[in-house]
Design a protein around this ligand. Structure first.
Ligand code: BDP
Length: 721
């Protein structure tokens, strides 16, 4: 009897314990940096008085999205309802207002603490609705990161006009170089099924100022341009529009032949030009704010104007003409190289520099951050600063194809900033790359995984990309701290550690895979794991040995005047330094120079010993990150803590694999003993050379997914509904 009486009390206590022990909802990473978790009590009290109601004075669509987001964010952070009102009625209103806001241009905003009808208010003002949207996210960010908001006088505006994600997504939902599940776009069920996730995706982009999205792979299927697919594209565009995200498509240059029934895709052929005009008109009838086309042409086997003896400018300008009357733009990629020519690092410059000034006004030439291909470290691309009469975009890769793919942590803001801050000396010194570009484009790392990016820390690269595209001078440490606060929490014991792990992670990845200016030492095709020994591929520049040029005497690619003279493509102040052993930074040594294994480094070590030390430093960094992360267990929810710990463990195993395989191979050439204190590889070289993976996420056998897959018979059923 007594026991029975006690039962409800025991059950009550058990319930309370359960509630305390488990978070209110699973932390699976879905909410990204927009978690809007309830603030701790003291902070909540501070903000409550300054966020009592929301008054959005504009009815424009983006302004209404902003109001909804403010309400969602504030209600979550402050754990109280924050009502929407039509006019200020009390102290603490947050007001959105379109009015001429000086100095913020289009898309920018001002946030000011002021008095309205005798009430204290925070006014977000902008010249346009887009500015209100970005200003609202900025205000939420201040609260999310525990910054004071009671005396605000902020103005901000994006430094670059176009801030865009490129999805390398195929129509069969595979993602080229995707490590986060399938493509988000479910082409099969579009346009009927409008997944709410499409909205969350657009919201996330809006929160960091991303204003354009290319939906499909640069290795494009022309099928995306058929009427049934355009209706699907429209459905996505409709869902993105309230968040200010414009839709773009990758266009296959041979589309007039693939789906248009023409015999040629020659850009100077009138029928081809008419076909593209009609196609553009058709798209704009469906999607009036369509952004334009992204084109990979005459690159890695894709069709292009050179198939007809025409130039890149001829091809780009034809598409530009078709889009011009609709205010659309063409992003034309400069990622070109061929087997026949000499140094791959020189080819884009050689092809595009002579075309400077020949592109139409609505063409942007899209240049990768470095002259080869998204390697862990490359010097900046020599085209930056040298296309003085052409608009240029910088393309970076968020998905870590060459930086560890899905494992562990590699925060890429330091890498992108390194390039953005690099002095081009063009036209004069103190002209950083960031001052020479009009746009930033990021190859997306987003997929259907619940946490969007396959690994919680890869979200940081999405975030950092948006923040840097908004302000290319922003600091990686500032971005890392902001993201950490919003994503993991504001506890100072947590922030410091996470930020340090993040900031060191990219350099660690360089050490592990490609120290001292090495590049492209990854396994063939899928690029997962080390294969520095590969030397038998038909296209010379797909071989790791092409980049290392390693033999018994030494290692490195001579890009000075005695070699390929790629250094000569930079302005003399820069190129002369790269070409001079006394001036070139250690980080670019083997990129520009072939040196003996015994070459004396600035550290006093021989090159061989330095190389070994760098590999070991990289492995040590991952181990250190693991230890730091373990100590963060008390401050992080269990679900995400376990997930990150597992991913870091995988990164450590892979780092060791990279280190051992690389050292084993280089040692087979150099014949030198390992410096003391550095362990020999765990296995003989042959063991590493025998490792082989048939299936790795993100890599498709040639042709799969890219190609046009359905030719609609004349008058027959279409390929998609
Ligand atoms: C390379 C990728 C390849 C892309 C290519 C590109 O391995 O999948 O198609 O870049 O940018 O790095 O077009």
């Amino acid at each position: 009897m007594r026991d029975l009486k006690r039962a409800p009390i025991a059950a009550f206590i058990a319930l309370i314990l359960l509630m305390v022990a488990s978070p209110a909802h699973a932390e699976d990473g879905y909410r990204l940096w927009l978690r809007y978790e309830r603030l701790p009590a003291p902070a909540r009290e501070r903000y409550k008085a300054a966020a009592t109601e929301i008054v959005m004075e504009s009815n424009a669509q983006l302004a209404q999205s902003a109001a909804g987001e403010l309400q969602r964010g504030l209600s979550g952070l402050l754990a109280m309802p924050v009502p929407l009102r039509t006019k200020v009625g009390r102290d603490g209103a947050i007001v959105g207002r379109i009015q001429s806001a000086v100095g913020v241009g289009s898309e920018g905003f001002a946030i000011r603490t002021t008095l309205i009808a005798g009430h204290r208010a925070t006014v977000i003002s902008a010249n346009d609705e887009r500015g209100l949207l970005y200003g609202s996210f900025a205000l939420l960010r201040l609260i999310q990161t525990h910054r004071p908001i009671d005396r605000l006088a902020i103005t901000d505006r994006p430094k670059l006009e176009l801030r865009m994600l490129d999805h390398w997504d195929n129509l069969d939902r595979t993602v080229e170089r995707g490590y986060a599940g399938q493509s988000l776009w479910d082409w099969q069920t579009l346009p009927q099924v409008k997944d709410p996730r499409y909205t969350d995706y657009a919201r996330a982009n809006a929160s960091i100022g991303i204003n354009g999205v290319v939906l499909n792979n640069v290795n494009a299927s022309a099928e995306i341009l058929t009427a049934p697919y355009l209706r699907k594209v429209r459905a996505l565009a409709d869902q993105f529009r309230p968040w200010g995200v414009h839709v773009y498509l990758s266009a296959r240059f041979s589309a007039p032949m693939d789906i248009g029934g023409l015999k040629t895709a020659d850009p100077l052929d009138p029928a081809v030009r008419d076909w593209w005009k009609a196609k553009a008109d058709e798209i704009y009838r469906l999607i009036p704010d369509f952004g334009g086309f992204l084109v990979k042409a005459n690159s890695e086997g894709s069709p292009g104007p050179q198939d007809y003896g025409r130039s890149h400018a001829d091809g780009a300008n034809m598409l530009a003409e078709a889009l011009a009357s609709h205010d659309g733009i063409v992003l034309w990629r400069a990622f070109v190289y061929s087997a026949a020519k000499n140094d791959r690092a020189k080819q884009a410059y050689d092809e595009f520099k002579p075309l400077d000034g020949r592109f139409a006004g609505n063409v942007i030439v899209q240049v990768k951050n470095g002259p080869i291909d998204f390697q862990p470290r490359e010097p900046f691309h020599p085209l930056f600063g040298r296309m003085r009469r052409t608009e240029v975009a910088m393309e970076v890769q968020l998905t870590r194809e060459y930086l560890g793919q899905s494992s562990g942590i590699a925060f890429l803001a330091p890498m992108w900033s390194e390039v953005l801050d690099a002095d081009t000396c063009s036209p004069r010194c103190a002209t950083p790359v960031r001052a020479t570009i009009k746009a930033m484009v990021g190859v997306s790392n987003v997929g259907s995984d619940r946490n969007w990016t396959g690994n919680n820390f890869n979200q940081a690269n999405w975030y950092a990309f948006g923040r840097l595209a908004w302000n290319p001078a922003a600091t990686p440490s500032g971005i890392a701290e902001e993201w950490t606060r919003m994503t993991w929490g504001n506890d100072p014991r947590l922030i410091g550690r996470v930020v340090v792990i993040m900031l060191r992670s990219r350099e660690a990845t360089v050490d592990i895979m490609a120290p001292l200016g090495l590049a492209h030492q990854m396994a063939t095709d899928h690029h997962y794991g080390p294969s520095p020994w590969v030397c038998d591929l038909t296209q010379p520049s797909w071989n790791p040995c092409y980049y290392s040029r390693a033999d018994a005497r030494g290692i490195g690619f001579d890009r000075t005047a005695s070699g390929s003279d790629a250094a000569g493509q930079y302005k003399p102040k820069i190129g002369d330094c790269f070409a001079n052993l006394k001036c070139v930074p250690d980080d670019y040594l083997l990129w520009f120079h072939h040196v003996p294994w015994t070459y004396r480094m600035r550290s006093g070590r021989s090159l061989w010993n330095e190389l070994v030390a760098r590999y070991d430093r990289g492995v040590g960094e991952v181990e250190a990150a693991q230890r730091q992360w373990d100590q963060l267990r008390p401050y992080v929810d269990a679900q995400r803590h376990i997930a990150v710990a597992a991913s870091l463990n995988r990164q450590r195993i892979e780092a060791k694999w990279w280190r051992d395989a690389s050292i084993a191979y280089w040692q087979s050439l150099s014949g030198l003993p390992l410096p003391s204190g550095h362990a020999p590889p765990a296995h003989p070289l042959k063991w590493y050379q025998a490792i082989h993976f048939d299936t790795v996420p993100g890599y498709l056998a040639p042709g799969a997914g890219h190609q046009f897959s359905c030719v609609p018979p004349p008058g027959g059923p279409p390929c998609a509904l």
